[in-house]
Design a protein around this ligand. Structure first.
Ligand code: ADP
Ligand code: MG
Length: 264
């Protein structure tokens, strides 16, 4: 076994990023990042614009590659696999399998505009997981109920408010039954009066499900309420991390204090 973590060990973190480097051209966006998330943990990432927060989520979701370092998700390597005991770059089949561990909710919802709400949710369970149409529709109903959107199942995204679209996007990600949910500023694109309904859904998810959650947000009060741990990112590294009550009351690092000041 070449893996650095043991998948059968429940104490082993579900996400392990080890010395991850990511460059875009000359810009060093992740600078030998070490970062871990335990199974069932709710972790919030905060930090200035451009600090690499979205890049971390996009790399985990396999939407961006890495330049060096190791990443393991659920005990399995993400960006490489082993053939005859040797590490080789991950094949498309390996990446496809790894993607099933994670669901992602984006700032801009990213629903399919030409499909009804119901079809937005059933599409991947049918085509990726091989569920029958009836099974997928049952599942869509279940998750639309969870986000309070059952009566909108036959509408198209364009007929919904931003908050409603984001709740559908959450249902769509959940319908794949991922072990890990990634949220990238899920309320940043919303009018202020629509933020609450989306945060309520995410808060309920965090309380009632043993999902692992990794969430980027600028909603500090919300981060305080739902997080087991808050992580402050700057320039592609974790500057400081602590339980929310510590992080918000007595941040240790000057950079964290400067950042948090802008939210008072
Ligand atoms: P954050 O989410 O913390 O605001 P990002 O992870 O989106 O930051 O971006 C980190 C840095 O990487 C920024 O300087 C951004 O401009 C750059 N970047 C992100 N994606 C790309 C890309 N596809 N091509 C070039 N530069 C990118
Ligand atoms: Mg971002």
């Amino acid at each position: 076994m070449n893996d650095t973590s043991n998948p059968s060990d429940p104490a082993s973190p579900i996400i392990v990023m080890d010395q991850v480097v990511k460059r875009f051209g000359d810009a060093l966006v992740l600078d030998h990042l070490d970062f871990q998330v335990a199974k069932g943990e709710k972790v919030t990432i905060i930090g200035p614009s451009g600090s690499g927060k979205s890049t971390v989520l996009r790399i985990l979701m396999t939407l961006e590659t890495i330049d060096s370092g190791l990443i393991h998700v659920a005990g399995k390597p993400l960006w490489h696999e082993y053939r005859d005991g040797r590490p080789v770059p991950a094949s498309e089949a390996h990446l496809r399998a790894m993607r099933k561990e994670m669901g992602m909710v984006f700032q801009q919802f990213n629903l399919f505009p030409h499909m009804t709400v119901r079809r937005n949710i059933t599409e991947s369970p049918i085509h990726v997981l091989g569920l029958s149409k009836a099974e997928a529709e049952q599942r869509a109903h279940e998750y639309l109920e969870l986000v309070g959107m059952t009566e909108h199942a036959d509408k198209f995204p364009g007929q919904l408010s931003g908050g409603q679209q984001q709740r559908v996007a959450i249902a769509r990600a959940l319908a794949m039954r991922p072990n890990i949910m990634l949220f990238d500023e899920p309320t940043s694109a919303l009018d202020p009066e629509l933020v609450g309904e989306v945060l309520t859904v995410i808060r309920r998810l965090s309380e009632e499900h043993d999902l692992t959650m990794l969430l980027v947000t600028h909603e500090m009060e919300f981060a305080r309420q739902i997080s087991d741990r808050v992580c402050f990112f700057d320039k592609g590294v974790v500057v400081e991390q602590a339980p929310p009550e510590e992080m918000f009351a007595e941040p240790r690092e000057e950079r964290t204090r400067e950042f948090l000041k802008t939210f008072i």
